[in-house]
Design a binder for this molecule. Structure first.
Ligand SMILES: C[S@@+](CC[C@H](N)C(=O)[O-])C[C@H]1O[C@@H](n2cnc3c(N)ncnc32)[C@H](O)[C@@H]1O
Length: 259
């Protein structure tokens, strides 16, 4: 009897771990799909609807709606990444799928931004020379390349919650946060965010909507860095302080502030 109960409990536990792993894999797959679409959306390449398309509204309403969408994205991203939130959240959501849930909700927020975005297609600049257009596309796409490379430099599978669900499947606890300064992270402290800034600002055709998107996301990145570094200092103390004193935040080669 006891053996049957123990076996049942073991089977249930394994089934639940398997379910959590599937959840993590689905969250990651959805993220990849939406993120790939987002690249096409910003670049105006391949996808059926881009940053300059969608339901037309008066400019004032379009700005208001777009700012509301980006604010929602920023709040989701920043609040759910804070240690105080994670501590409370993991009383409801198992720690093993906390990161996957973050990824899933961030994906939903990004999809909502693109779905409800109101275009402001008036052009600010439009480069005509074909060679220069190609060069600008290449630099912008290289920005997205930098984003992807940075995720691998720091820990792609941890960042997207996969390491956590696979550890859980093997009955292990989520990994401890590790402080890393691989190659890219010795040039700037936030190469991933730098990649986004490059991807969003470098474009052959800049419209009002695209400019609004680039300006607001850049401002958000600067604010997000403050929160992120506050937490990194709380976790790693002097190791992070001395790193911050040596390596510039976003612009390679820029002198660092001696705080
Ligand atoms: C989306 S990643 C962005 C990383 C970094 N801000 C960048 O732009 O390359 C955010 C996560 O990376 C972590 N992180 C940032 N710098 C780190 C470092 N040097 N070592 C380990 N984790 C880091 C943060 O704690 C946060 O959980």
């Amino acid at each position: 009897m006891t053996t049957t109960h123990t076996t049942d409990r073991g089977t249930r536990k394994f089934a639940s771990r398997l379910l959590m792993t599937s959840y993590g894999l689905i969250a990651y797959a959805l993220f990849l799909l939406v993120f790939l679409y987002a690249i096409g959306w910003v670049e105006r390449l391949v996808v059926p609807r881009t940053i300059d398309e969608g339901s037309r509204t008066p400019a004032g309403i379009a700005v208001f709606v777009n700012l509301a969408l980006l604010s929602l994205f920023a709040v989701q991203h920043s609040v759910m990444a804070r240690p105080w939130f994670k501590k409370r959240w993991t009383r409801i959501v198992p720690a093993a799928i906390e990161r996957s849930t973050y990824v899933l909700l961030a994906t939903a927020a990004l999809a909502l931004v693109m779905w409800q975005w109101r275009p402001l297609p008036q052009q600010i600049w439009d480069v005509q020379a074909p060679a220069l257009r190609v060069a600008l596309y290449a630099v912008s796409l290289a920005g997205f390349g930098l984003v992807l490379t940075s995720t691998y430099a720091i820990d792609h599978f941890d960042l997207f919650g996969l390491r956590q669900v696979f550890r859980n499947l093997r009955g292990q606890r989520p990994p401890e946060t590790a402080f890393r300064t691989p190659w890219l992270y010795r040039i700037v402290r936030h190469p991933l965010y730098l990649g986004f800034v490059v991807a969003f600002w470098v474009t052959p055709t800049m419209t009002v909507g695209h400019l609004l998107f680039a300006a607001v996301t850049t401002a958000y990145i600067v604010v997000a860095v403050q929160f992120e570094e506050h937490d990194l200092i709380a976790t790693f103390g002097d190791r992070y302080r001395s790193y911050r004193a040596r390596v510039p935040m976003l612009v390679p080669g820029l002198p660092v502030s001696r705080r």
